[in-house]
Design a protein around this ligand. Sequence first.
Ligand code: BGC
Length: 426
Amino acid sequence: MTVRTKLIAGVALAAASLGFASLGLVSAAQAQTKEVQMLHWWTSGGEAAALNVLKQDLAKEGYAWKDVPVAGGGGDAAMTALKAMVAAGNNPTASQMLGYTVLDYAAAGKMGDLTELAKSEGWDKAVPAPLQKFAVYDGKWVAVPVNVHSVNWLWINKAVMDKIGGTEPKTFDDFIALLDKAKAAGVTPLALGGQDWQEATMFDSVVLSTGGPEFYKKAMNDLDEASLKSDTMKKAFDNLAKLKTYVDPNFSGRDWNLTTAMVIKGDALVQVMGDWAKGEFKAASKTPGTDYICMRFPGTDGSVVYNSDMFGMFAVPADRKEAQLALAKATLSKSFQSSFNVVKGSVPARTDVPDTDFDACGKKGIADLKKANDGGTLFGSLAQGYGATPAVATAYKDVVDKFFNGQIKTSDEAVTQLVKAIDEAK
Ligand code: BGC
């Protein structure tokens, strides 16, 4: 989707939701008291299955669910819809949000306050500190983290890997050699959906692999100008250009989950994607180790580039608060953190949830997260709203997309444009 169509789709949706309210379908105070109105972009098979876990938990407690889905991975369209709803004074009970977006709404005074509940539930002790930086604003809890996703993963079809005689790549060069093998065997090597956020999410991993952990942090979290325009960053763009030569001719605009399906079906060898891709493998009843391989993007082992879905809790009238608190409490309960994340592909946003029910990739995800958090190699994903403000993330995605699609022709020009775009967005 272009930015313009996304905008139109988002605004149309928000308008539709306002329209329903004015028709009286959702506005009766009585109905809203025990209703959770939730805006989100979880519309793929795996995402919907995960969301169902929450809907069912709340239904058991007697809360009705008013779904406000806005399709589009990465959430750009959803955030446009959210903006329109909030501007119209039509705050949802909660919205799926990524890091810096929560802080923007909190700074604008739009969020509710969950601090009392947080105290009685002991969230301060259970939720990892890096997540609290985005869930707590000015000393008040304004959002609850649902999960921790990470983006530096490869998802490989095992049968295709065996067929081409491939082995797990350790370095970026190994990865290229593996992709070459697939190409020679006549299989699409790299499954990629040509949307700016998918390209940029992959590029996060490429930057980490090319420059290492310290470089990633300086460039992608600190936005250090010298790093952004360095030869290392140029090399990262060169590496991205190499990857482009392995995608199929129909990659443009393809949704991420249809792209995952190519790997699931064996139409492509590998996808570079956040572990929400695992939710699709799970929904298709595929087993790690047997049907597919999950491994860290070559050259990034030991580091985790994360994002976390937060439920941003908006300021709502007193009669809607009870449902909001019920949602918040259910979301951070230990049992939900396990049952939801097992299905979603992510890992718990609490440090005290056992990994018993998770598959091999989930167990690895949990262990990797702990190690990275302890060892100082846990970094926010710039593509996924945890590296910098939404404006900077948009600028970044735009430059990566232009480079990937040939409007920016060289790595030299890419770094120049990147520095300029980020500077203007800051
Ligand atoms: C979200 C995931 C979601 C993915 C694709 C990411 O931004 O964090 O929860 O599954 O987008 O829609």
